[in-house]
Design a binder for this molecule. Structure first.
Ligand code: NAD
Length: 252
């Protein structure tokens, strides 16, 4: 097997890579030597700048991961440019905090579309190329809420439960092709999404930190090492798993 330095650069797609955890993943994967392609609803200028400053190679395009046509356009652009994708990080996600009684159908559907149905669109687009090459890494964002089940997050937690089911079962189908499928389940992390939501006002960053083994709020950099490992050759024998990265809130 070629060493990580000898082989051609791998291409990594990161969804939701314009900000937050996804931006941290994109930067880490570029530092690991991969070409990074970011799919995001918004412009990924800041991520592009950070990666170029680190001498990395990056491409980004606007894409709504919930929309099959938008994903097809993104996949065509990435494939035209790079020919293949080796690493797929399904990171884009939304997490409105709303009690089930006030959750309307449109909100429920949007959460499922973005957090769960997107896995269908993107994996359909990039899995065949990985199977052809006989190597691939798929990482999906779950959430520690799947284990803790907090009030106000029924649709979100159900979508992340779906993500974990996806990982377990797809792993069984693609392992023979050298492809691994794993999930990362973070606890609360300081990102543009959580900092602009009610989490701050509810005091969640402080409250949860006191219950964690590591008594501070998580930041995107805390997750970068996990995605780096899961997408490396070193993780070849690990698949179908959900790794909890939450400062030791859950200690199972
Ligand atoms: P964030 O809101 O800070 O950033 C999300 C990024 O995804 C943004 O750039 C946004 O434009 C993009 N995005 C949103 N919807 C999109 C869509 N339909 N198509 C393409 N891009 C889209 O989010 P974050 O806090 O960094 O969370 C990232 C992931 O981590 C999500 O899947 C989330 O569920 C998961 N997660 C986050 C936390 C946390 O505390 N931050 C905890 C557990 C899990």
């Amino acid at each position: 097997m070629a060493s990580e330095t000898e082989r051609a650069k791998r291409v990594a797609v990161v969804t939701g890579g314009a900000a937050g955890i996804g931006q941290g993943y994109a930067l880490q994967l570029a530092r690991d030597g991969h070409i990074v392609a970011v799919a995001d609803l918004g412009p990924a200028d800041e991520t592009e700048k950070l990666i170029r400053e680190a001498d990395g190679e990056v491409f980004s395009a606007r894409c709504d991961v919930a929309d099959a046509d938008s994903v097809a356009q993104f996949a065509a652009a990435v494939t035209d440019r790079f020919g293949h994708v080796d690493i797929l990080v399904h990171n884009a996600g939304i997490y409105p905090i709303v009690p089930f009684a006030q959750t309307d159908w449109a909100t429920w559907r949007r959460i499922m579309d973005v957090n769960l149905d997107s896995l269908f669109h993107l994996t359909k687009a990039f899995l065949p190329g990985m199977e052809q090459k006989g190597w691939g890494r798929i990482v999906v964002m779950a959430s520690a809420t799947f284990h803790s089940g907090p009030a106000g997050m029924v649709a979100y937690t159900a979508s992340k439960g779906g993500v974990i089911g996806f990982v377990r079962t797809l792993a069984a189908e693609v392992g023979e092709h050298g492809i691994t499928v794993n999930a990362i389940a973070p606890g609360l992390v300081r990102t543009p999404g959580t900092l602009s939501g009610p989490q701050q006002e509810l005091g969640l960053f402080d409250t949860l930190a006191t219950m964690q083994a590591i008594k501070r709020a998580g930041v995107p950099e805390d997750l970068a090492g996990t995605v780096s490992f899961l997408t490396s050759d070193a993780a070849a024998f690990m698949t179908g798993q959900t790794l909890v990265v939450d400062g030791g809130f859950a200690r199972a």
